[in-house]
Design a protein around this ligand. Structure first.
Ligand code: ZN
Length: 182
């Protein structure tokens, strides 16, 4: 079930919080016994792209935990002040140094167990130059038959890649896929 992100201390005053149900609420929250601030914990958005160059797709090998050394699509946590599309583009530049043009939103995957929603856009690479950032050991292009399926870092990335290759085999239509990752 839902993983709570156990808050330990009040963000306003630093006092240790207690989990309890506020009077007008229906679930437990981290409440500060000193200044009464209620800390709400809500799902986080992870945003990224599936960059495509001709027949190939771009994957990045992670230089950071979790899943160090495994392959992923460029993606990361959305920042305040940006849209889902802005975040997806930013992560693509930061992790792979790829120049892309966003196409349609392709997957929206709920990962309820960890309190996240993952969004991936299809993206057309404008050239094939790459310049991986510090979070990436290596960025490279893969044909479908070369995809390292046993070394994919996240189930949402695996699902996005599988949907993409399925759609491509069936024609050139790429509708939005909405799903839940258990
Ligand atoms: Zn407080």
């Amino acid at each position: 079930m839902l993983q709570t992100r156990l808050i330990k201390h009040c963000r306003q005053c630093g006092t240790a919080v207690a989990y309890r149900m506020p009077d007008d609420d229906n679930r437990e929250r981290a409440v500060c016994p000193s200044c009464t601030t209620v800390h709400y914990e809500n799902p986080l958005n992870v945003v990224g792209t599936l960059p495509v160059w001709g027949e190939q797709v771009l994957l990045c090998r992670r230089a950071i935990e979790p899943r160090h050394g495994l392959w992923t699509l460029p993606a990361g946590f959305m920042e305040l002040g940006e849209t889902v599309a802005d975040g997806a583009l930013r992560e693509t530049v930061e992790e792979a140094g790829a120049k892309v043009e966003l196409q349609g939103l392709f997957t929206l995957l709920n990962v309820v167990r960890v309190g996240q929603v993952h969004f991936f856009y299809r993206a057309r690479m404008l050239d094939n130059t790459l310049d991986p950032g510090p979070e990436t050991l290596e960025a490279r292009l893969f044909h479908e038959h070369d995809i390292p399926w046993d070394e994919i870092a996240f189930r949402t990335v695996r699902a996005t890649l599988q949907h993409f290759f399925d759609c491509r085999r069936q024609g050139n239509d790429y509708p939005l896929h909405v799903g839940d990752i258990g």
